[in-house]
Design a protein around this ligand. Structure first.
Ligand SMILES: Nc1ncnc2c1ncn2[C@@H]1O[C@H](COP(=O)(O)OP(=O)(O)OP(=O)(O)O)[C@@H](O)[C@H]1O
Ligand SMILES: [Mg+2]
Length: 396
């Protein structure tokens, strides 16, 4: 028979064991103990169930061989390199969350584990306790979050570069606008100065001037007013295009008839030049905004007349290619130099050879803008003192 005190301590020990057992049984983390050889000394139900083993079957087994034998890519994981093993070699705690454990069925799962060295009452290292949990869900959430972050980052980058681009375009547009405004002011100053000069001469020399001289001054005023009116009208058109106030209204028309009528009408007010129209076809139905087309053709015809001597023939041709209708207007006039040709569509730009032929340099700019609105292309071929040919390609 044992003395009462020993019995008491046995009971206490048994209670303690039961309590430990209860704790081990109730936690959701897997927990197992290893001896110094790395063999299982105890294992809780959660550990066995996470890796798909029977609890009993694990006791005495090398746990490294059971659940830690390979890396996530399937390559061999030598036991000597395993942190769990290292924990009871050097007696320090290891916490790892970037490895996998393997189930009995050959599948693996991402794991987080802590290997804590175990000592006996004398302080002797006797093995380790490993606590682990399956962190598949956490890793999945992390990867979803990471993907979402990357997508967000990508979108932010795209949006930022779009904004930078839009900002640059806006800056360029603003610069172009202020350049345009100063050009307009400059162009208006000339005729205004001329008018001011004529008016002040008329005032100052009223008595000395003959009637003929006075009429000359007055007609100079008239010419300059006309120039400013023309410029104002052109600027209004450009303003309308820029603010997209011009609505394109395509309508069906017979292009051959349209050109013939336009030439006849134009010829009436330009009797000094002969305009010859030729078309490959008798009739050509197209859908187009005739107001824009009319303005384009009138501007080009007006240039042909303005920049060639009278009696020089102007040829206006209509032909068809597989994709385009080509309208070409060719004169035998003063031509445009290669340098001028380069800038010819810029507002207020005029060739160096125009001398005193009047003009504002806005016509071709409007032609270009209108032609863009119609989806057509304009190109000019020219040779100084030989002539100029303007081609308009209208998609068909
Ligand atoms: N057929 C042409 N022959 C020679 N030069 C031309 C011809 N067409 C245009 N040009 C040159 O191109 C310049 C720009 O032409 P644009 O029609 O834009 O302006 P403009 O004729 O000077 O004035 P406007 O605004 O009244 O038309 C002209 O000043 C001229 O130097
Ligand atoms: Mg012109």
């Amino acid at each position: 028979m044992q003395p009462p005190s020993n019995r008491q301590s046995d009971i206490e020990l048994a209670n303690l064991r039961r309590q430990h057992q209860l704790i081990l049984n109730s936690v959701v983390e897997g927990i197992y103990g290893l001896d110094l050889q790395g063999n299982v000394t105890f294992v809780n139900p959660a550990a066995a169930s996470i890796i798909g083993w029977e609890m009993k079957a694990l006791i005495g087994k090398s746990m490294h061989a059971v659940l830690h034998h390979s890396h996530s890519d399937g390559t061999h994981y030598p036991r000597e390199k395993c942190p769990i093993y290292a924990a009871f070699q050097d007696g320090t705690v290891r916490k790892v969350d970037d490895e996998v454990f393997w189930r009995k069925d050959g599948t693996s799962f991402p794991v987080e584990y802590i290997s804590t060295p175990m000592h006996d009452e004398t302080g002797q290292l006797v093995g380790s306790v490993v606590t682990f949990r399956d962190i598949s869900q956490r890793k999945l959430n992390e990867s979803i979050l990471q993907r979402a972050n990357e997508e967000l980052e990508q979108r932010v980058q795209e949006r930022t570069s779009e904004l930078i681009k839009a900002n640059e375009q806006l800056k360029e547009l603003n610069q172009a606008r202020s350049r345009f405004v100063s050009m307009v002011c400059h162009e208006f100053r000339n005729p205004l100065n001329n008018i001011a000069f004529s008016v002040s001469s008329l005032k100052r020399y009223e008595r000395q001037l003959s009637n003929l001289q006075k009429i000359e001054y007055l007609s100079d005023v008239e010419i300059n007013i006309e120039r400013m009116t023309q410029m104002t009208d052109d600027l209004l058109v450009i303003g309308k295009i820029e603010t997209e106030k011009i609505e394109i209204e395509p309508k069906n028309l017979d292009l051959v008839k349209f050109c013939q009528e336009l030439v006849a009408e134009f010829q009436e007010t330009h009797l000094n030049h002969q305009i010859q129209f030729h078309s490959d076809r008798q009739q050509l139905e197209i859908e187009i905004d005739y107001r824009l087309l009319r303005s384009i053709l009138i501007n080009i015809l007006a240039n042909s007349v303005r920049y060639s001597q009278k009696d020089r023939l102007i040829q206006f041709n209509l032909s068809l290619s597989s994709d385009y209708i080509i309208l070409s207007i060719e004169d035998r006039g003063m031509g445009i130099s290669p340098q001028d040709l380069h800038n010819i569509f810029e507002p207020f730009y005029r060739g160096k050879n125009v001398s005193n032929i009047p003009g504002t340099g806005l016509g071709l700019n409007i032609v270009k803008r209108f032609s863009n609105l119609l989806g057509s292309k304009i190109d000019i071929i020219s040779q100084v003192n030989q002539g100029t040919k303007v081609n308009i390609q209208i998609p068909h």
